[in-house]
Write a protein that binds this ligand. Structure first.
Ligand SMILES: *Cc1c(COP(=O)(O)O)cnc(C)c1O
Length: 436
């Protein structure tokens, strides 16, 4: 499988090069040259397949020229060692829990897959790869955990000082080894700007093999399609049309869901639920795409004003607004509405949703106002304990701290403080120099 740049001004590359480069030289996102539907028999007997077999069948066409079947099976076995349960909430509403991985947010699967692919591609190479990533919270921990101890790969995580939760900070600053946390005196937007500047800096590019571990990277983005297949496997017996509501920030997860649909998965519709960062809901209303600076909310992993992956979604529908509207709805919700939803879910179903999942629930409810008879699944993208303050403030219950989280609570934080792009560059060049 070759990958082309959505800007159409860069050469096609292999999966390996798409992963190592992260983004094309013309600044476009990479996209697979074809998406071949899986046979009908795959979907009709999906309940007989293990999650690993489902994942193997789904991802095979995208990677098979670069990764042997044996290696791919080994990667998937390592990566999918936890559950993805669909839990009933109300009549015709269930949630797909994606938080049973090591860092308790859904980014574990993508981060693990990318880490293992890069580790595989680095075998026998003399140049080390440096993964540079900006995080507003969950990406950092998932990437740190996924890449820990992977040979030939150094990871540098930028996070905004004082703007991630205590648990999130510990998850990305306490691991050591090949993981370095840079604590930026600034906002998430500042972190992201520094990373973008680094990718364009000729001095750095001449000295380092830099790549990104955000969902623009195909190895982070594509494996997320597994979730939707795992959910379909569990919800199929309901015998109803299925609708997915995905709490969205950078729109990587929902875009992967639409790829699963292109692979032939029967799904009636997708709902992209956002917080007040409503660039996409506005676009679905007006047909005009107007990015804007992000606003801070209680669902902070979705505070994105210019979602990188939305361009991939438009491309999946040939940039045809009519076709896109037939498959996708998008709604925006305030923090107040989100808290009300957390309370309502708790009171009626005795279920504790995190703020991101609650936004997904609201999106589904809104869609079901006009489509009452579909089976709706909203994605619970993080464990509520990751947003302890908001959850305990909203719901009359104390959350138990799971083992994965306890493990990092007592570890010592190590970070390097930087304030400007020069600080980042000095750090990276110091590393480059040390390696020569
Ligand atoms: C990253 C994240 C999201 C948003 O996912 P996208 O793929 O960026 O749309 C939603 N919820 C949680 C908890 C996240 O960490």
């Amino acid at each position: 499988m070759k990958y082309y740049s959505l800007n159409q001004e860069a050469p096609k590359v292999s999966f390996k090069d798409a992963v190592i480069k992260g983004i094309a030289p013309d600044k476009g996102l990479y996209f697979p040259e074809s998406i071949t539907p899986l046979p009908d028999s795959f979907f009709s007997s999906i309940e007989d397949l293990s999650n690993q077999e489902i994942a193997f069948n789904a991802i095979h066409q995208f990677v098979s020229e670069e990764i042997s079947n044996e290696k791919l099976r080994a990667i998937l076995k390592n990566m999918l060692d936890f559950d993805f349960p669909v839990v009933a909430i109300e009549e015709n509403i269930a949630t797909l829990e994606l938080f049973h991985g090591p860092t308790m947010a859904f980014k574990d699967v993508g981060a693990r897959f990318m880490a293992q692919c890069l580790g595989h591609f680095s075998e026998g190479e003399t140049t080390e790869v440096t993964v540079l990533v900006a995080t507003s919270g969950d990406t950092g921990g998932a990437v740190a955990n996924g890449f820990l101890g992977v040979k030939g790969v150094n990871v540098v995580i930028l996070y905004p000082s004082g703007k991630v939760s205590d648990i999130q900070e510990r998850q990305l600053t306490t691991l050591g080894q090949n993981i370095t946390a840079l604590e930026v005196d600034g906002t998430f937007d500042d972190c992201q700007k520094m990373v973008k500047t680094a990718f364009l800096d000729p001095t750095l590019l001449a000295n380092l093999q830099l790549t990104s571990a955000n969902s623009i990277n195909v190895a982070r983005w594509l494996p997320q399609l597994f979730y939707f297949l795992f959910a379909y496997k569990q919800a199929k017996s309901q015998g109803k049309e299925i609708v997915f509501s995905v709490p969205s920030g950078n729109f990587g997860n929902i875009c992967a869901g639409i790829v699963a649909q292109k692979l032939g998965m029967p799904a009636k519709h997708f709902v992209a639920a956002t917080n007040v960062n409503d660039t996409v809901p506005q676009f679905m209303k007006t047909g005009k795409y107007t990015p804007k600076p992000s606003t801070a909310t209680i669902s902070n992993a979705m505070d994105v004003g210019d979602p990188s992956n939305f361009i991939r979604i438009r491309h999946l529908f040939q940039d045809n607004f009519q076709k896109l509207s037939e498959h996708l709805s998008s709604f925006t919700f305030s923090d107040d509405e989100t808290k009300q939803a957390m309370k309502a879910i708790y009171n009626t179903s005795n279920y504790i949703a995190d703020p991101h999942g609650a936004v997904g629930y609201l999106g589904l409810k809104k869609y079901q106002e006009n489509n009452p008879d579909v089976y709706g699944i909203f994605l619970e993208t993080a464990h509520p304990v990751k947003f302890l303050d908001v959850v305990e403030e909203t719901i009359p219950e104390k959350l138990a701290i799971p083992a994965q989280i306890k493990k990092v609570m007592n570890k010592e934080k190590k970070s390097i403080k930087i304030a400007t792009y020069e600080g980042l560059k000095d750090f990276l060049m110091g590393n480059a120099g040390a390696k020569k």
